[in-house]
Ligand binder design. Sequence first.
Ligand SMILES: O=P(O)(O)OC[C@H]1O[C@H](OP(=O)(O)OP(=O)(O)O)[C@H](O)[C@@H]1O
Ligand SMILES: O=c1cc[nH]c(=O)[nH]1
Ligand SMILES: [Mg+2]
Length: 210
Amino acid sequence: MLDHLTVVTHPLVQHKLTLMRRKDTSTGSFRRLLREVSLLLGYEITRGLDMTTVRIETPVTEMDAPILDGKKLALVSILRAGNGLLDGLLELVPAARVGFIGLYRDPETLQPVQYYAKVPEALEDRLTIAVDPMLATGNSSVAAIDLLKAKGAKNLRFLCLLASPEGVAVMKAAHPDVPIITAALDERLDDHGYIVPGLGDAGDRMFGTK
Ligand SMILES: O=P(O)(O)OC[C@H]1O[C@H](OP(=O)(O)OP(=O)(O)O)[C@H](O)[C@@H]1O
Ligand SMILES: O=c1cc[nH]c(=O)[nH]1
Ligand SMILES: [Mg+2]
């Protein structure tokens, strides 16, 4: 059973996160680092996944060996920035089912605006992991989890890179059953809803749109 909040303090994760936070880190480096961090966070977010066994032959003998059923996992990226985490997770579990929820945050109201949703069928039978690097006000992640629950998901986890205390509290109030895994819990939000110290706008930094 995962705690409501897990901060992955592993030195490799923290080192790469520091490089990502730096304002002079290039778009290409930022994207590469996010992929690398997603592989490391993937180790934590998949902890305790159901396994089955398969009969195999080693060069020495036969054995019943543990194996994952990737189809039992649904990875859902909150666009755009979620794709940076999704890419690495898919390398770890290539058979996972994949969904996308398109959300952008209105800069005035800080409310999420949905522009797309396509998620795998039969979510009630899968562990559903929603991914987005930034948990700021929590409005986007709450909206994404609302949608996934409305589509049947019962066993959910949320993976991010940075979380704010405000966002974690909003998620806990709305979805106390959804564990959050993050690389860091930052200090606070600024007046524009940006995480402080943060890393700026994750989508813009990944895609070079500003
Ligand atoms: O917790 P919140 O206050 O809702 O903020 C977090 C959201 O903001 C960012 O997306 P953004 O709206 O910038 O869209 P983008 O990924 O397309 O850049 C981020 O990727 C989250 O989805
Ligand atoms: O700090 C923040 C807050 C929301 N979205 C981002 O990309 N960064
Ligand atoms: Mg953005």
